[in-house]
Design a protein around this ligand. Structure first.
Ligand code: IMP
Ligand code: MG
Length: 192
C-alpha cells in the first residue's frame, strides 16, 4: 500500500524536525478574514485602474498570494525586500533595503502588503521610500498588527487581526527562518 505522507496533517503541517506550535489563529479564520479584506479593497479601488500590490518579502508571500487571488479588480504584483531583524526576535536597529521594486510605480495606486506590523518602523521606512517613486497613492495592508508594540505612528489602512505582544509564526511568518509554511498562525512564546 502506498501512503502519501503529505496528506497526513502531522506531516503536512510542519517541516521535518519542527514541532507544531500552539494555534493562535486557525487556517479557516485567516481565509475568512482575507475574503473580507479582498472585498473591501476591491470595492475601494473599483474604477481606479490597476492596483500595484507590493509584497514585503519574505513574510508576506503567502498572504499576498491568497489576498491577490481574491481581488476582483485589475492588479499587478511587485515585491520588495527589507531586513530589520537578524535571525531572532531582537530588533537589530535600522531597516535595510535588500531588494527594490522592479516595475515603475510612478503615477500608480500602490498597496503595501505586509505580514505583520510590530514597532511600525519597517512600514514607516517603506512608505517614505516608495513615496520617492511618485505613486498616485500609497495605502497599507497588514495581516497582523501588534498595537501594543508600536514605537512609531504609522497608518495601516487594512488590518487582518490585532494580536498581543507574542512572537507568531506560520502563514509566511518565521522565527529564525523556521515555521514559515505552517498553514495557521501559531505562537511560540508568551507575551512579556
Ligand atoms: P516592525 O518594523 O517592528 O514593525 O517589524 C516588522 C517586521 O518584523 C515584520 O515584517 C516581520 O518580518 C517581523 N516581525 C515582527 N513581529 C514578528 C512576529 O511576531 N513573528 C514574525 N515576524 C515578526
Ligand atoms: Mg515582514
Amino acid at each position: 500500500m502506498i501512503v502519501l505522507l503529505y496528506r497526513i496533517p502531522k506531516f503536512r503541517i510542519c517541516n521535518v524536525n519542527e514541532a507544531a506550535p500552539p494555534v493562535l489563529i486557525p487556517e479557516a479564520d485567516i481565509a475568512r478574514r482575507i475574503d473580507e479584506l479582498a472585498k473591501q479593497i476591491s470595492a475601494d479601488y473599483q474604477d481606479k485602474g490597476d492596483l500595484v500590490l507590493i509584497g514585503v518579502l519574505k513574510g508576506a508571500f503567502i498572504f499576498l498570494a491568497d489576498l491577490s487571488r481574491r481581488l476582483t479588480i485589475p492588479r499587478t504584483i511587485e515585491f520588495i525586500a527589507v531586513s530589520s531583524y537578524e535571525k531572532s526576535d531582537v530588533p537589530s536597529g535600522a531597516v535595510r533595503l535588500v531588494m527594490d521594486v522592479r516595475g515603475n510605480i510612478e503615477g500608480r495606486h500602490v498597496l503595501i502588503v505586509e505580514d505583520i506590523v510590530d514597532t511600525g518602523r519597517t512600514l514607516e521606512y517603506l512608505i517614505g521610500m516608495l513615496e520617492s517613486h511618485g505613486p498616485a497613492s500609497i495605502r497599507t495592508c497588514a495581516l497582523l498588527h501588534k498595537p501594543e508594540s508600536a514605537t512609531v505612528d504609522v497608518d495601516i489602512d487594512y488590518v487582518g487581526f490585532g494580536i498581543g505582544g507574542e512572537w507568531v509564526v506560520g502563514y509566511g511568518l518565521d522565527y529564525a527562518e523556521h515555521n514559515r509554511t505552517l498553514p495557521y498562525i501559531g505562537k511560540i512564546k508568551p507575551a512579556d
